[in-house]
Design a binder for this molecule. Structure first.
Ligand code: ASP
Ligand code: MG
Length: 431
């Protein structure tokens, strides 16, 4: 059996059991890649429906379709007009939502497919990165009350002026969580092609373990530091609106990972996961004046270009000058370096250096808040493998180190082993 209450009950942990629920499901591109896959998804949905649940189903475009559409526009011009670009790339979800609804109705199950503007899902007018402002739920609720399965095209919305917008790559996750919040759904399931959230990327660490549950905050830190399973914004929304979120595979009946509020059990876990990100580059500016206003002069123009700076380190030197090192996304590296070279001249900096071959390796765990020594263990582990740490940054529940890109795999494996993440129980021991 595909899904249905048996599978569902197992994953519900703290969530209401046994009674009819309102469930928002989201199926990613690989889950609806072809008609066969769409049929499998429809069967899963029907199994839930048979158990008496109300279903709102968000779909991504069929795998590869969004990339194909983007590529078409880029063949015409490097900078397509953004309104028309959104009109184009949003069509992938129109196709998949209609196909799923046709499939369900051909199986005898009443359904209705709705595009963003038909719901409507109102967004800001920032094309290609619009943010959801409001979701009108009346039409969805009316269709549910008529016993219909409601299919909604992910990734898209509409402005108050009636222009179609998209929410940014991976935005269907956000559509699903925002709908779950607006509808006060009992559960939001994100179906993908991996079985859940792992202690590390299973392609690098063969004994990486699937987590049964993880807190919103840990998931947010993992998503921001390289874990690709969920789009970051969707986790933020889930955390704000306390939407119980499950990440699971549409290819198996495996239970998935529950993302929920932190509990005592989670606090005992020192490290929940190791992540890595190879998409950043480092820029250093040496010997700038150490006085008020200099940092603003350096980072102002970078921010104005919409370049997001991640880590920043400033070192004061005995000679009254300062060195500043920071990281930016690799895609913005060249532009940021050019800007810094100009600013460096104005500030009479001694030297500017850039390095695109870096990686950021992070350990994330709610238990760090209350257990000292976790960061030290990370540094010792990297040292034992002769991996030099170029930069360090921390939050309450995360420690990140920037290292030479070529040691990424080695670092992730070594840390996974040092924190004994392959074993569910041993990580709860004091270190
Ligand atoms: N189809 C869109 C993309 O590929 C949105 C999504 O799948 O979440 O980015
Ligand atoms: Mg995705």
């Amino acid at each position: 059996m595909n899904g249905g209450l048996k599978g569902l009950e197992k994953i519900l942990y703290g969530v209401k059991r046994g009674k009819a629920m309102l469930i928002v499901q989201k199926y990613g591109g690989t889950s609806v890649a072809n008609l066969e896959r769409i049929r499998a998804v429809a069967e899963r949905i029907v199994n839930y429906k048979k158990e008496g649940h109300d279903l709102v189903v968000v779909v991504s475009a069929m795998a590869g379709e969004t990339d194909r559409l983007i590529n078409l526009a880029k063949q015409i011009t490097e900078n397509p007009p953004l309104r028309e670009f959104d009109l184009l790339v949003s069509t992938g979800e129109q196709v998949s939502s209609a196909l799923l609804s046709i499939t369900l109705q051909s199986m005898g199950y009443p359904s209705i497919a709705l595009l963003g503007y038909q719901v409507p899902i109102y967004t800001t007018d920032l094309f290609t990165k619009a943010r959801i402002k409001e979701i009108k739920t009346e039409k969805i609720k009316e269709s549910l009350s008529k016993g219909k399965i409601v299919i909604i095209a992910g990734f898209q919305g509409v402005t108050e002026n009636g222009d179609i917008t998209t929410l940014g790559r991976g935005g269907s996750d956000t559509t699903a969580v925002a709908l779950a919040a607006a509808l006060k759904a009992d559960l939001c399931e994100i179906y993908t092609d991996v079985e859940g959230v792992f202690t590390a990327d299973p392609r690098i660490v063969t004994n990486a373990r699937k987590l049964k549950k993880i807190s919103y905050e840990e998931m947010l830190e993992m998503a921001s530091s390289g874990a690709k399973v969920l789009e970051m914004r969707s986790v933020e929304l889930a955390m704000i609106y306390k939407v119980p979120l499950v990440v699971r595979s549409s290819f198996t009946n495996s239970e998935g990972t529950l993302i929920t509020e932190e509990d005592e059990e989670m606090e005992k876990v020192l490290v929940s996961g190791i992540t890595y990100n190879r998409n950043e580059a480092r820029i250093s500016i040496y010997g700038v004046p150490d006085k008020p206003g200099v940092a603003a002069k350096i980072f102002g123009p970078i921010g104005d270009k919409g370049i997001v700076v991640d880590m920043i380190i400033q070192t004061a030197r005995p000679d009254g000058k300062a060195d500043i090192t920071f990281t930016v996304p690799k895609t913005d590296y060249k532009e940021a370096l050019k800007l810094i070279e100009e600013i460096g001249k104005q500030l009479e900096a001694e030297r500017i250096e850039g390095d695109p071959n870096i990686a950021k390796v992070s350990i994330v765990g709610a238990g760090m808040r209350t257990h000292p020594g976790v960061a030290t263990k990370m540094f010792e582990t990297l040292a034992k493998h002769s991996i030099n740490i170029m930069m360090i940054s921390t939050s309450e529940i995360k420690v990140s180190c920037v290292i030479d890109e070529k040691y990424t795999e080695l670092a992730v494996r070594a840390l996974h082993e040092a924190f004994k993440l392959e074993n569910e129980n041993s990580i709860k021991e004091e270190i």
